[in-house]
Design a binder for this molecule. Sequence first.
Ligand SMILES: [Zn+2]
Length: 268
Amino acid sequence: MPELPEIETIRKSFDKIKNTIILDVEFRREDIIRQKDYSPEKIPQKQIIDINRRGKFLIIVLEKNMYIILHMGMSGRCYIMNVDANIAESHVHLVVTLNNKTKIVYQDPRRFGGVWLVKDMEGFFSHIGKEPLSDEFTANYLYELTRKRKTPIKNLLLNQRLIAGIGNIYADEALYMAEVRPNRPANTLTKKEAQKLRNAIRKVLNTSIENRGTTFRDFRDGYNESGHFQNYLKVYGKTNEPCPVCTQILTREKIGGRTSHYCDNCQN
Ligand SMILES: [Zn+2]
């Protein structure tokens, strides 16, 4: 599933459509619209003022306080094409034609994602946790989150109401870097470990963004190109492979219903 670095990569590649005007919007499947604060017919002739991201959501900001919010679900993609280019792929649910000879294409084969036509953006994101790359995401904030929770620390990291944008890839990688076992009850973390984990989360997310995200199976950036961070993964998806530090074979275990990989030797 595309996580924070992947959506951030798409956001960055969408910089070039800022200030364009939408000429036409075509929803090929009406049921992909999860919320409709305004009619899709209101979208043409509106200007794209900005492209933002919140957690795993991509936000197209239009004039008149209109927002098109997209989620890629498990395997969705969103990218820009030349307006005349043929869309070869199937499961395309939305095509937005712009006045700079390009179009935005949104596809989501498994339809776990969706499109929200939102007016009240603050309300929409009121239940989403802090951005891990923001100044507000301090070691103390993370430490306080862990205090009253016995849930495995990995589950806490994946809880979008507490921290926005982390999924299975970056939870496994950050916990490995911080040398913390994913199944440790959250409230057993020391202040020092919380500090280490907070720094590891930011390091892993930032390094992935620098490498245009992780393409494990499906992810493509805003130009429909693969990312590169999969070449730098240490534990995620590495079944029966050795720990890069101590060479012990990594442990594979389901934690909170998610397949997890960690080093039984290096992580405490
Ligand atoms: Zn190890």
